[in-house]
Design a protein around this ligand. Sequence first.
Ligand code: GLC
Length: 428
Amino acid sequence: MTMDKKKYDEALADFSISDEELQQIAADFEAEMQAGLSGKDATLRMLRSYAALPTGKEIGDFLALDFGGTNVRVLHILLHGNGRYEVVKKTAKPLTEPGVYDYICAEATAEEMFDFLAELIDETIDSVRSTTFLLGHTFSFPSMQTDLYNARLITWTKEFATQGVEGQVVNDLLKEALARRGARNVIPVAVINDTVATLLAAAYKKPNAYIGSIYATGQNTCYFEEFADGSEPPTVINMESGGFGKLRPTKYDERIDETSEKPGAQRMEKMVSGRYLGEIYGHALADILGRDKPFSFTSIDLSAIVADAYLDRHEAAAILEKKTGEKFNALELNLLQNLAGVIIARSARFVAATFAGIVRHRANGAAIKEQHIAIDGSVYEKMPLVAENLKKALDALLGDDAAKIHIFLENTGSALGAALAAAVSAAR
Ligand code: GLC
């Protein structure tokens, strides 16, 4: 095995982000927020959600469709108010089953995809036709909204490529599919992004929650914007922060971007989210081992490599051997584990910098207040080193103020938030 130590050192240095660089990123992010909000050219879309924070009084019987990753879920939820709710029934299916079906590839059509969603909804209500069900839809892609119902997909992200959905009002596509199934008694009434759903769910349960974030297949954050100048009514803003374009990419990030479905788009997401973290490692490792083609690591492989605490690192060794065909000695295994750790830490540090930017923007020059940040997603929840690096980076960025920022896991958000949005919409 020939490992190029010089290339390794360069890669490690390139993936490392100093505290100074981090502060600059937070400042750049805050500036981009401001530019995006005022309609100037910016890499943050700052999309209005038309959702307000819940009051805690939301009650009733709703369906929630959670659509935005490889798994689709439909839940029948009873809201009892004051943060309390009950799941009556839940169904879930992947959008792609290798060798069987694939609704997210470029060959799939909107009709096929939405018929699949309608079928899952129908299964959740046991094909009952005699009751009317109001449905909240968590649709986790950049959408241009004119109100809580009307959300038009701007562009797919996360390597989704289904034809005929971009530019369409997604709930119209869903309504048509429900009608084709004869399930006209299911009425889609609201669409929200998953970040918004996470924030609504958090605010239903806790005071002082103004920031909601997803750290999973994709990465994105929303926050409650009060428009201090009174120019617009307060609302939750879906920033589409995965599109933030002011980070310093390594040559590996450049390669991933070039070969992705949408080169140039979602530059931050391609450096931090679960969809790409394994790929980044695969590119770096191929370079260090002198190969032309990247190895195919997933973020689950990456987690397993860094989680291996055995002295001989035999678990990491097994994964690395399977993917590269190479055997590594103990010293090399340590280095390769370290590389995985630095890629993960970079991701968490970037995300922390965006949080610091939002917290400062919200404080608007005044003192930073005690608050909660709600995060959902497998990368935050399950990937080793992520939560601790996020916290450490926030400490470095905000100093004493970091103690006022309480990050917590809100992993019921996507569904609960959709039901809350449906409840708010029904009450209007
Ligand atoms: C992608 C989507 C965004 C979503 C995020 C997390 O960034 O563009 O809308 O919130 O993934 O699912």
